[in-house]
Design a protein around this ligand. Structure first.
Ligand SMILES: NC(=O)C1=CN([C@@H]2O[C@H](COP(=O)(O)OP(=O)(O)OC[C@H]3O[C@@H](n4cnc5c(N)ncnc54)[C@H](OP(=O)(O)O)[C@@H]3O)[C@@H](O)[C@H]2O)C=CC1
Ligand SMILES: O=C(O)C1=N[C@H](C(=O)O)C[C@H](O)C1
Length: 268
């Protein structure tokens, strides 16, 4: 069986470790490199040591060393890290699976530009369940386009640094597109004090941070006499890791182009 040679960025992070475990458990992929920041205490140690089964792959800060044997880089880090990796991967034809969230418009544009040189899957949530939920939201938004107030509530662990989550923002975009609205015009990210009555065209966001919540998203369609809630709850990061491996396999026959998980799962 041809092996897909994958490097993992943020190898000591929550997702990095989950990805390394998923790679080690899959038959058609090989861990071919591991990256982390120069200050990471794990630098130089074996990337799979935490599993009790070393992979013979040291964690590197140098991109040349960490990516020397890789055809794919799965990146769940921070926008500044991903953008550094992106420039290297575009220049060296390494395909990327980007799960990092929190990019500004310039960061997103840099990813789109790099996709003219290499193939990229970029998605704020790699789980199959969330991506199917996106389709349900599209349908629901069209059905509840009048008379229903739309609010998106997300909850994550205490370590998460960006808000609202990339998934919540994507849900907002999907709903706004389905309604012919621009999320930039209708999003309300905070309410405090005397806010006045709710604008019926708005899409509200509420963020909860605490403990070890892996990732919960609920979209509320609140009408008169009824309300509908569409929820997805993650109980483990394994679904993000398995989705990332599906995305890697999807890129096997692609040379360039920007794709998302809807492409990978055939949901478009
Ligand atoms: N698309 C999806 O399905 C999912 C997306 N995510 C997103 O993935 C990202 C990572 O999440 P998570 O694993 O929980 O975070 P962690 O903080 O646990 O891990 C991030 C890793 O990236 C490293 N890192 C930090 N800054 C840089 C940098 N500038 N360059 C290179 N590496 C860097 C960290 O090193 P150090 O700790 O030493 O700073 C750490 O190893 C977040 O943006 C999150 O929102 C998360 C889950 C699912
Ligand atoms: O930081 C996380 O943990 C997660 N981040 C992603 C996001 O911002 O949507 C995906 C998932 O919800 C977990």
């Amino acid at each position: 069986m041809t092996q897909l040679k994958i490097a993992v960025a943020g190898a000591s992070g929550r997702m990095g470790r989950m990805l390394i475990e998923a790679i080690q458990n899959a038959e058609d992929v090989t861990l071919a490199g591991a990256l982390d920041v120069a200050a990471a205490p794990s630098l130089g140690s074996d990337a799979a040591a935490f599993l009790g089964k070393p992979a013979g792959v040291p964690i590197e800060a140098d991109l040349g060393k960490g990516l020397a044997n890789a055809d794919y880089l799965i990146d769940f880090t921070r926008p500044e890290g991903t953008l550094k990796h992106l420039a290297y991967c575009a220049a060296h034809g390494i395909k990327m699976i980007i799960g990092t969230t929190g990019f500004d418009e310039a960061g997103k544009a840099a990813i789109a530009a790099a996709a003219q040189k290499t193939a990229i899957v970029f998605a704020p949530n790699m789980s199959v369940g969330v991506n199917v939920t996106m389709k349900l939201l599209e349908l629901a938004a069209k059905s509840f386009s009048h008379g229903y107030d739309i609010e998106i509530i997300e909850a994550h662990h205490r370590h998460k640094v960006d808000a609202p989550s990339g998934t919540a923002l994507k849900m907002g975009e999907v709903i706004a597109d389905a309604l012919g609205r621009d999320l930039m015009d209708v999003a309300v990210y905070a309410r405090e004090g005397v806010t006045g009555e709710r604008d019926p065209s708005s899409i509200g966001f509420a963020t909860i941070r605490g403990g070890d919540i892996v990732g919960d998203h609920t979209v509320l369609f609140a009408g008169i006499g009824e309300r509908i809630e569409i929820s997805h709850k993650s109980s483990s990061r394994v679904s993000y890791a398995l989705g990332s491996l599906r995305a890697t396999r999807f890129l096997a026959d692609k040379k360039t182009g920007l794709f998302d998980m809807q492409d990978v799962l055939g949901l478009k």
